[in-house]
Design a protein around this ligand. Sequence first.
Ligand SMILES: Nc1ncnc2c1ncn2[C@@H]1O[C@H](COP(=O)(O)OP(=O)(O)O)[C@@H](O)[C@H]1O
Ligand SMILES: [Mg+2]
Length: 296
Amino acid sequence: MTDEVADAATPAPPPPSDDVAPAEIVRFHGVSKVFGTGPAAKVAVADVSFVVHDLAGMGELIAIVGPSGCGKSTLLRILAGLPPHFPPTSGAVTVFGKPVTGPGADRGVVDQKYSLLPHLTVLDNVSFGLMLRGVSKADRHAQAKGWIQRIGLEGSERKYPGELSGGMQQRVAIAATLILCPRIILMDEPFGALDPKIRLHMQELLVQLWREQQATVFFVTHSVEEALYLGDRVYRMSARPGRLVEQVEAPRPDEPPEVMRKRPWFVEMTHDLLQRLEEDLPNGSSRDSPAPALEG
Ligand SMILES: Nc1ncnc2c1ncn2[C@@H]1O[C@H](COP(=O)(O)OP(=O)(O)O)[C@@H](O)[C@H]1O
Ligand SMILES: [Mg+2]
């Protein structure tokens, strides 16, 4: 576990410059964010460093867990280039090797609140981004219909967000983001407001869509089970100040969540990570149980 903490706390050395080195997707180097000044200053994230590489074009899903207020949203929004979290107070953020200067087409964001336009139909919400890109009406509606089918909302094309349940609205929001094919998808507790059964269904759907797109996903969640199910890797953050303290590797979600979450190894991994999260330990060590095995 010590090695993982070192991974989280110190930047990886630059990849060797031969062509077998995997491309760098995201790099945080010593990133801190302080809100306010003087005695009212509040450190939202402190000295966060990590590197995510392109795994042979597969796209990794990084799940981020941590206590409320530990800086998860701040970290995500810095990566998205969204003020007031962006720019960071210090440190560097690069995407595909270039410094982040603001939002970009290479990054798509899905929030907990279903950021849909209430006066537009499902079809127009899903095709909105393509419209902004100047795609013709026929073309964008054709693409949007394909996405509406994939998210299981065929027949709801002409409905307005207000006529849909929370789960349906979030599916529309996800489709509206994925239709733009961002290489990096940033999701901030996207299923946080959904009831448990719908949430499992959404997890399965997300895995499906993400596999098709092979994007790199950063997924913030309160749920350790959700993080371990969806994540190839789980980043655990600690509060006061918000730091990245641990990285845990998790198996790929190759079976439905309700099946995988009953496996003994999964139960154990969840229990161990939850314990470290609840104790909010400043590093990857656990007081009385060994760290979960990461390989194999
Ligand atoms: N716009 C803001 N202005 C001032 N403080 C903020 C702002 N956004 C977040 N913070 C503070 O930064 C810390 C981290 O917040 P946040 O990233 O939202 O945490 P999380 O998403 O993990 O709950 C909190 O203490 C929060 O109060
Ligand atoms: Mg948050």
